[in-house]
Design a protein around this ligand. Structure first.
Ligand code: TTP
Ligand code: MG
Length: 351
C-alpha cells in the first residue's frame, strides 16, 4: 500500500511576513501587488485574521481594503518567500529523496518506505519546519497524491488529516467537486447545471455521460478521480526548461550603462550554466522590475537553439532596448528558455 504525504504551508506569504515583523502577529494582514490598496493589484494571500473579513487570494486589493480598512497591506517579496521555500524543501528532502516539488509552499513525499506511523512522520516534519523557520504547515496523508492533496486542505491551519481508502465515501464524497484537482470553474459550472455539486454526486455519473460531455481523457479522469483513484507517481526530477539569473540592485538604478553591463554579466552566467549542463536554448527573456515593483518582460526567440554567448547577448540587448526606462530599476533578470539537450538535437537531425 502506497503512502503519500502532501504538505502545504499555512497562509504562506503572510506567515513569512509575520515571522520577520512580529508586531504584525494577530493583525489582519494582506499581501499583494505593491502593497498599496488604493492602487491596482490583487491579493496574493491574506492571514487567517484577514480571511475572517472575507478577504481571499485573487481578490482586488481595493475590495480587500473596503472589507477591512484596518488591515495591514504589504507588497509581495518573492525573493524572501522563495528563499524560505527552498529552506523548507531542503528540510523535506532530508526525510526522503522521493519528493515532488509542486509549488512555492507545497510538496508531495512518498513515505511508503519509511518505517514510522504517519503521525510520527508528520509531527517530525512539522517540528523541524517550525524549529528552523518558525512557520506552520498542514499535512495530508493518503494512499495517493490526489487524496493527500485534498487531505492537507481539510483541517487548516496546523492540520494533520489521514485519509484511507475506506474513508472515501464518508469523507471525500461529501466535498464540493472543486476540491478535486483539475476541476476548474467551467467544469464546476457545467456540473452544477446538471445537478452535480459534490464529488459523490460526480462519482454517481455514468462514464459514457462524462466522456460525451468532457471528452475521453478528461471524462475518464473525472470518473476515476471522483472514486479517489490516482496511480500517478511523484515527479522527483524536472528536466530544466529554462535557465535564469537575476539581480536586485542595492539602490534603484537609472544609468543605461549599469543596466547594460549587468545584463551582459547575467547573460554570461546563464550561457555558462547551460553549456556546463549540455543545453542550448531558443528564447531570451529580459525581466525588469521597477522601483514601484511593476515588473515587465521582453522576449526574443532566436532562429534556432544556440549556446553562443555573442548571439544570446545580442538578443538580450535587443530586449533591454525595448523597455521604456522612465522609472528607476530595482531588479533585472535574464532567462534562456526552450532548452534542448545537445544529444536530443542530434537525434532529431538523424530522424
Ligand atoms: P496557498 O497554499 O493556496 O495559500 P496560503 O498558503 O496563503 O494559505 P493556506 O493556509 O490556505 O494554504 O498559496 C501559497 C502562496 O501562493 C500564498 O501564500 C500566496 C501565493 N498565491 C498567490 O500569489 N496567488 C493566489 O491566487 C494563490 C491562491 C496563492
Ligand atoms: Mg498554503
Amino acid at each position: 500500500m502506497r503512502r503519500v504525504l502532501h504538505i502545504d504551508m499555512d497562509a504562506f506569504f503572510a506567515a513569512v511576513e509575520e515571522k520577520r515583523h512580529p508586531a504584525l502577529r494577530g493583525k489582519p494582514l494582506v499581501i499583494g501587488g505593491s502593497g498599496d490598496p488604493t492602487k491596482r493589484g490583487v491579493v496574493s494571500t491574506a492571514s487567517y485574521e484577514a480571511r475572517k473579513f472575507g478577504i481571499h487570494s485573487a481578490m482586488p486589493l481595493r475590495t480587500a481594503y473596503k472589507l477591512c480598512p484596518d488591515a495591514v497591506f504589504l507588497p509581495v517579496d518573492y525573493e524572501e518567500y522563495s528563499r524560505m521555500s527552498e529552506q523548507i524543501k531542503g528540510i523535506l528532502g532530508e526525510f526522503t529523496s522521493e519528493m515532488e516539488d509542486v509549488g512555492i509552499d507545497e510538496a508531495f513525499l512518498d513515505i511508503s518506505n519509511i518505517e514510522k506511523t504517519p503521525e510520527e512522520i508528520a509531527s517530525a516534519i512539522k517540528k523541524r519546519i517550525n524549529d528552523e523557520t518558525g512557520l506552520t504547515c498542514s499535512i495530508g496523508i493518503a494512499p495517493n497524491k490526489l487524496l493527500a492533496k485534498i487531505a492537507s486542505d481539510m483541517q487548516k491551519p496546523e492540520g494533520l488529516t489521514i485519509i484511507k481508502e475506506e474513508d472515501i465515501a464518508t469523507r471525500i464524497w461529501p466535498l464540493l467537486v472543486r476540491k478535486l484537482w483539475g476541476v476548474g470553474p467551467k467544469t464546476e459550472e457545467y456540473l452544477k447545471s446538471v445537478g452535480v455539486r459534490t464529488i459523490g454526486e460526480l462519482a454517481a455519473m455514468p462514464l459514457d455521460k462524462l466522456v460525451e460531455e468532457f471528452g475521453k481523457s478528461y471524462g475518464h479522469y473525472l470518473y476515476t478521480a471522483s472514486r479517489g483513484i490516482d496511480d500517478s507517481l511523484l515527479i522527483t526530477h524536472w528536466e530544466p526548461k529554462s535557465s535564469s539569473r537575476e539581480t536586485t540592485f542595492q539602490t534603484d538604478i537609472d544609468y543605461w550603462q549599469v543596466l547594460a553591463k549587468t545584463t551582459a554579466e547575467l547573460t554570461k552566467d546563464v550561457v555558462d550554466d547551460i553549456r556546463r549542463r549540455g543545453y542550448k536554448g531558443k528564447t531570451v527573456t529580459v525581466k525588469v522590475r521597477f522601483s514601484d515593483f511593476k515588473t515587465l518582460t521582453r522576449a526574443k526567440t532566436l532562429q534556432g537553439v544556440s549556446d553562443s554567448l555573442e548571439e544570446i547577448r545580442r538578443a538580450a540587448f535587443d530586449c533591454l532596448k525595448r523597455f521604456e526606462l522612465k522609472k528607476k530599476v530595482r531588479l533585472i533578470g535574464v532567462r534562456l528558455s526552450g532548452l534542448e539537450k545537445k544529444q536530443q538535437q542530434r537525434d532529431r537531425q538523424e530522424c
